[in-house]
Write a protein that binds this ligand. Structure first.
Ligand code: AP5
Length: 215
């Protein structure tokens, strides 16, 4: 099963994708994570990507489609979770064409609905484990022992450079301008389902499970 988790920054896409990986053995393809890896490469492209991400703007379709294509061709799995991709109509068309070429299909698109006020709280309180990628929050999901990852025991906890109110404003604008048209695009294809992203993490996971069980 191949699915897209769609929602604004901080909607909980990464949090829920990680659970699906554990529970269903699917592969999470996060273009955000891939780009964060690219920005540490020290190349000219990496530097450009870093500047764009820190401003909260979208990286070009060409770059992200190339990253996704490389991963899809290189991995075989019981399903892919597209997290943060596609983000433009051009990316959505490219994903459709790519899946067709590989003899695969898109089974469901889950919109995670949240309001902007909650997003600011979520983004400004988020931190992650630099070793295993587990996602935490100062208030809603702190580590059990301060400064130590619950999952792998690493003390390499970090905050993202674009997790500040100024970048978030641009990221939200980009979402409403360029990504939200995808809701109509996938609705028209009969693929769209919605969950309440404001619910507790466990309840959001249960709603996603219900939606996927219907597919
Ligand atoms: P990306 O890394 O994809 O970031 P994003 O879409 O802004 O999404 P986030 O990772 O910020 O949020 P999330 O929905 O995963 O939330 P999370 O689970 O962490 O992209 C970053 C940048 O890369 C973009 O701005 C762009 O520049 C570039 N980029 C990436 N993909 C691109 C593409 N396809 N095209 C062009 N450019 C691209 O949760 C957030 C916090 O809330 C956490 O602390 C978590 O613990 C907490 N939380 C989660 N769920 C709940 C809940 N139910 N209740 C309470 N707290 C919760």
């Amino acid at each position: 099963m191949n699915i897209i988790l769609l929602g604004p920054p901080g909607a909980g896409k990464g949090t829920q994708a990680r659970r699906l990986v554990e529970q269903r053995g699917m592969i999470q393809l996060s273009t955000g994570d891939m780009l964060r890896e690219a920005r540490t490469s020290g190349t000219e492209m990496g530097k450009k990507v870093a500047e764009i991400m820190d401003r909260g703007e979208l990286v070009t379709d060409e770059i992200v489609i190339g990253l996704i294509e490389e991963k899809l061709r290189g991995e075989s799995a019981s399903g892919f979770i597209f997290d943060g991709f596609p983000r433009t109509l051009g990316q959505a068309d490219a994903l459709g064409a790519l899946l067709d070429k590989l003899g695969q299909s898109l089974d469901a698109v889950i919109e995670m609905q949240v309001d902007d006020e909650a997003l600011v709280r979520r983004i400004t309180g988020r931190f992650t484990c630099g070793n295993c990628g587990e996602v935490y929050h100062d208030e809603t999901k702190p580590t059990k022992v301060e400064g130590v990852c619950d999952v792998c025991g690493s003390t390499e906890l970090k905050r993202r450079a674009d997790d500040n109110e100024e970048s978030l404003r641009t990221r939200l604008l980009e979402y409403y301008k360029k990504t939200s048209p995808l809701l109509g695009y996938y609705y028209a294809k009969g693929k769209l389902d919605r969950v309440d992203g404001l619910a507790e993490i466990e309840d959001v996971a249960a709603a996603i499970k219900d939606a996927l069980d219907k597919v």
